[in-house]
Ligand binder design. Structure first.
Ligand code: NI
Length: 171
């Protein structure tokens, strides 16, 4: 799949502490994990929803891909402003797209994630502690935001696995 995590790890090891490399590697793994979940699914399953209000696996991947822009804008503010108050965003901002091929959605997620990782790899280790106030959850910092992204990935990867398991029971 053109995935070369170890060479990327070597690339950034000179500027980022090992601790942060582990976090960046977890972020880098997410598109690959979704690709693996989706790999053997027939096309009909890509947009299948278990109910009218639930997400398909395509919706999940599109949602994850669309979180990059608001997260990067937020982290750019934390880097350039002193303890800024940052606004909350949810699926209404990170909106799932429809009518886009799942393979393209996964590729968009991968490309956006690589761009995000390039951005994070350029941050000085000390800047990972830069503070901000999240309007809903309170004091935060770059490192905590990155951990939130990893947690958010994990929730939606679990969701994708459940969707695929349900598809398996109905077809
Ligand atoms: Ni979400």
């Amino acid at each position: 799949m053109g995935y070369s995590g170890f060479s990327k790890m070597t690339d950034i090891s000179s500027t980022v502490d090992t601790h942060y490399i582990v976090l960046l590697q977890q972020m880098r793994n997410a598109p690959e994990r979704l690709a693996a979940i989706a790999r053997d699914l027939p096309k009909a399953a890509h947009t299948w929803q278990s109910g009218p209000e639930t997400w398909s696996i395509s919706n999940v991947v599109a949602h994850l891909a669309s979180t990059h822009r608001p997260f990067m804008q937020r982290l750019h503010r934390v880097l350039t402003e002193e303890n800024p108050t940052v606004v909350s965003f949810g699926p209404e901002v990170a909106r799932p797209e429809f009518e886009v091929d799942l393979d393209i959605l996964i590729e968009n997620f991968r490309a956006g994630r690589e761009e995000f990782l390039d951005f994070l790899s350029g941050i000085e280790p000390a800047d990972w502690n830069r503070p901000a106030i999240h309007e809903k959850t309170g004091p935060t910092a770059i490192e905590l935001q990155v951990k939130d992204i990893i947690q958010h990935d994990s929730v939606h990867i679990d969701q994708a696995e459940i969707i695929v398991a349900r598809w398996g029971t109905i077809k």
